[in-house]
Design a protein. Structure first.
Length: 166
């Protein structure tokens, strides 16, 4: 939980969706310097039933969570290769992310995920539009999963071996 990942923005988006009548639950994994501030916000605005902090967990715990998740919300300021997004996509989780670094390419400019603005009202309105299109979301999930499975560790290892042979 660091400023560059914008976790408070993510919480506020979830809060706004809830206030618009969307049934939502937001599970947050990880630790960081903003944890106290985030927990204080959740307490102050009585969001404990919506926002759940899990802290750092083993890889298998996060993997199990991704298997049941519908969306990943990651409004980062910057990313290199956003591994968290690729991992979520592997399980058909639809990424909701900011248009930074290679994220637009990864999400096929909105076909494999949802690119949001850093204006929370615009982000919420865009999500509300998408949530009304269930068939499109299913297709988005499928496309995300198919694309991300091209980027497994096995594929990377095979490509490295090919490079080393040359």
């Amino acid at each position: 939980m660091v400023k560059g990942k914008r976790p408070l923005f993510a919480i506020k988006v979830v809060e706004a969706l809830y206030k618009k009548g969307i049934q939502v639950k937001f599970d947050i994994y990880g630790e960081g310097i903003l944890m106290k501030q985030l927990k204080d916000y959740v307490l102050e605005y009585k969001l404990g039933g919506l926002i759940n902090f899990h802290g750092n967990k083993e890889k298998n715990v996060v993997k199990d969570a991704l298997k049941t998740a519908h969306f990943l919300l990651l409004p980062s300021k910057s990313e290199g290769w956003p591994k968290a997004i690729a991992e979520a996509m592997f399980f058909g989780v639809i990424p909701i992310a900011t248009s930074i670094s290679c994220v637009p390419y990864m999400l096929d400019f909105g076909n494999r995920g949802i690119l949001i603005d850093l204006n929370s009202e615009k982000a919420v309105n865009k999500l509300l539009v998408h949530l009304k299109k269930e068939e499109a979301l299913i297709e988005m999930s499928n496309l995300a999963s198919i694309w991300s499975q091209k980027y497994t560790l096995d594929v990377f290892e095979d490509e490295i071996i090919k490079l080393l042979k040359n």
